[in-house]
Design a protein around this ligand. Sequence first.
Ligand code: ATP
Ligand code: MG
Length: 361
Amino acid sequence: MDTEGIVIRIKTPSGDMDSSVDCPALLNFNDLLVAIRDVMPEATVTAFEYEDEVGDRITVRSDEELKAMLSYYYNTMNEQRINGLLPEPLQIFPRAGKTPGIRNIHGLKVNTRPSSANECSQATPDPVTNNSLKKSSAELKKILTNGQMNAQDIHCQEQLGQGNGGTVYKAYHVLGKRVLAVKVIPLDITEELQRQIMSELEILYKCDSPYIITFYTAFFVENRISICTEFMDGGSLDVYSRIPENVLGRIAVSVVKGLTYLWSLKILHRDVKPSNMLVNTRGQVKLCDFGVSTQLVNSIAQTYVGTNVYMAPERLSGEQYGIHADVWSVGISFMECFLRGVWKHREIVLPSLQQKSLPLC
Ligand code: ATP
Ligand code: MG
């Protein structure tokens, strides 16, 4: 079976819920059922369905049927790519059974928590409800994608780039057998500020969108914070030569969807620019480096010597600003990407980079 990460969209009566699954090969039927029950706690979901190419619904009730669904989905994804389309998430439709009161006359309880032996399925008890079946969306994300990550299991490899705040490395998470991007930022701050930053970063666990880089974990080692995220093998848009209108149009759709998602969580990006728009060879475009931690932004700002060419006038003049400021930066970024060749600005015309833009065309 193909092992690349996928996005599963759970279709519920109250809306869609997207979750990235980085290691689908380790996903089992029960994990997914637990995840569905978490987003639909009022229903007794016993199975789910997906649609085949002619729209017929196929039921999944076991690990075998889950495997068949995934292999069908990988074929569909490949076809979409061949036709120059961005792959759609895998849509699943939960199927509710009879209520437990009718079916479970003896009131039996089954512990459906994944075992700790499964690295991709670890979860901690919910501190609020202390109910082993009730999990927050943050935990759901961990169940589906992450597992636990510790500093000593993450091995930094080559440097991917250097910004004003820190340095980004390609890294390997030994236990999860997964490639990551780790941004290391030296910060000379107190332990109290370190704790504040860590707690402000917690909201990143809740970000769950195919247009936002997946956050895995963050930790301090001495006076350096390491922020571990999904690795994007196409890098950021600032390294590409002039991007043609048809490709830029597709990129714009993803960027706007990513920003709309952040705004729906009351998060302003605050640093929209081509180097914070990442692409991969699956044809995905994702935003990174949005300012969820005021303390982190302030601490970096103390040594910041970067550019503010993407900044909206109201920000430059120190006035109050809102989502319009992000929209301004989107406009400047796309104008730059489109005019880059014309300006002869950082023009890099390498066959490999041109190839990287192919999935987007
Ligand atoms: P600034 O510090 O002003 O935000 P920047 O965005 O260029 O500038 P960084 O965020 O440190 O600086 O990123 C440096 C480079 O690392 C980026 O330009 C990008 O090419 C690369 N990079 C960052 N995150 C990832 C990632 N998740 N996957 C792949 N490459 C990445
Ligand atoms: Mg950046």
